[in-house]
Design a protein around this ligand. Structure first.
Ligand SMILES: C[S@@+](CC[C@H](N)C(=O)[O-])C[C@H]1O[C@@H](n2cnc3c(N)ncnc32)[C@H](O)[C@@H]1O
Length: 271
C-alpha cells in the first residue's frame, strides 16, 4: 500500500460527526501507522464488528488469495480474533482494533472493495441510543465510496427495525439499490457468524439487507435528508416495530382450538 494520506482527506468531514469528538489526533496517527504496518495490501472485503473473527476466517477462504480485513473495536475480541487467524495460519486475513467509523475513511482506498459485511450490528434498542448504531446514511456513503461500482454491502440482523431503517437510509443516500432476493449470493460457502449460529440454535428469526453500489452516485457532502434521518418518523407498521417490540407472535387460531379442546377435556373429566 502506498503512504498516500490523501485517501481520507476528502472524508475529514466525517470526523465532524459528533461521534468523532471523542477521537484524538493520536487515534488518527495510530490508524495511519496501522495502515503502513498491517495493511501490506489493500483488502477487497471487510467485516465491520468482526468479533472473534469466525466470519473473517471463512471470508478469507472465499476471497483468497486477495486480502480481507476485520475491524473490531473491543480489544478482547480483537485479541481472540488474532489468536484464531494465527492458529489456523489464515494468511490473507488482517484484523484491526479500531472504531470502524474512523478506521474505514483512513484505511481503505476509494473504490477498492468488492464487499462490506456488517453482520448483526449492535442494535442499540432504545430510541435515544439509536444514533449509536454503526450504520447511518453518512457512514453508508463513506462505505459506498470505498466500494467498487457494483460492489456490495451485506447486512444481516435479527433486529428488523434496523433492517427497515437501512432500506430508508439506502434510498436517502442515493448510493445503493437493494438487491432483489433472486440476486442474493449463494451463502452456503459462508461461515456462520457467532450471532447467526445463536439465532439458528434458538430459532430466532433474522433478516438480510443486501445492497449494490450504484454507478455514479453523487459524492458530495451528505444531504439534509441524510443528516436528519433519525428525526424522520417511520411508520411503525412498515418498520415492523409492532412485531419487534410486541410479544412473540402467536397462532391465534391454534390457541383458540387448544382452549376449546382443553375446555372439552375439562368438561369430559367432570363427568
Ligand atoms: C452484536 S456483535 C456481532 C458480532 C459478529 N459480527 C457476529 O455476527 O456474531 C457486534 C460487534 O460489533 C462490534 N462493534 C460495534 N460497533 C463497532 C464499531 N464502531 N467499530 C468496530 N466494531 C464495532 C462490537 O464490539 C461487537 O463485537
Amino acid at each position: 500500500m502506498t503512504a498516500d494520506a490523501a485517501w481520507w482527506e476528502p472524508e475529514v468531514y466525517s470526523m465532524l460527526d459528533p461521534r468523532f469528538v471523542e477521537h484524538r489526533w493520536s487515534d488518527v496517527e495510530a490508524l495511519l501507522a496501522i495502515r503502513e504496518a498491517v495493511l501490506d495490501e489493500a483488502p477487497v472485503a471487510i467485516e465491520i464488528g468482526s468479533h472473534r473473527a469466525a466470519f473473517v476466517e471463512g471470508m478469507a477462504c472465499t476471497h483468497a488469495p486477495a486480502h480481507v480485513l476485520g475491524i473490531e473495536w473491543r480489544r478482547k475480541y480483537h485479541r481472540l480474533g488474532l489468536e484464531r487467524v494465527d492458529k489456523r495460519a489464515v494468511k490473507n486475513a488482517r484484523l484491526v482494533c479500531a472504531n470502524a467509523r474512523l478506521a474505514i475513511p483512513i484505511l481503505i482506498p476509494p473504490a477498492s472493495l468488492d464487499a462490506v459485511y456488517v453482520t448483526f450490528p449492535d442494535p442499540w434498542w432504545k430510541k435515544r441510543h439509536a444514533d449509536r448504531r454503526v450504520l447511518d446514511p453518512l457512514f453508508m456513503r463513506v462505505i459506498a465510496r470505498r466500494l467498487k461500482p457494483k460492489g456490495r454491502l451485506y447486512v444481516k440482523s435479527d433486529v428488523f427495525d434496523y433492517l427497515y431503517r437501512l432500506r430508508d437510509f439506502a434510498a436517502a443516500s442515493e448510493a445503493f439499490r437493494p438487491l432483489p432476493a433472486e440476486h442474493w449470493p449463494d451463502e452456503t460457502t459462508w461461515t456462520l457468524t457467532t450471532r447467526e449460529r445463536k439465532c439458528m440454535r434458538g430459532a430466532i428469526p433474522f433478516g438480510r439487507g443486501y445492497y449494490q453500489r450504484l454507478d455514479g452516485f453523487p459524492t458530495d457532502l451528505p444531504s439534509e435528508v441524510e443528516e436528519n434521518i433519525w428525526d424522520v418518523e417511520t411508520d411503525a407498521e412498515m418498520s415492523g416495530e409492532s412485531i419487534i417490540k410486541g410479544p412473540p407472535p402467536v397462532d391465534v387460531e391454534h390457541r383458540a382450538l387448544q382452549a376449546k379442546l382443553r375446555a372439552e377435556m375439562g368438561a369430559g373429566s367432570d363427568e
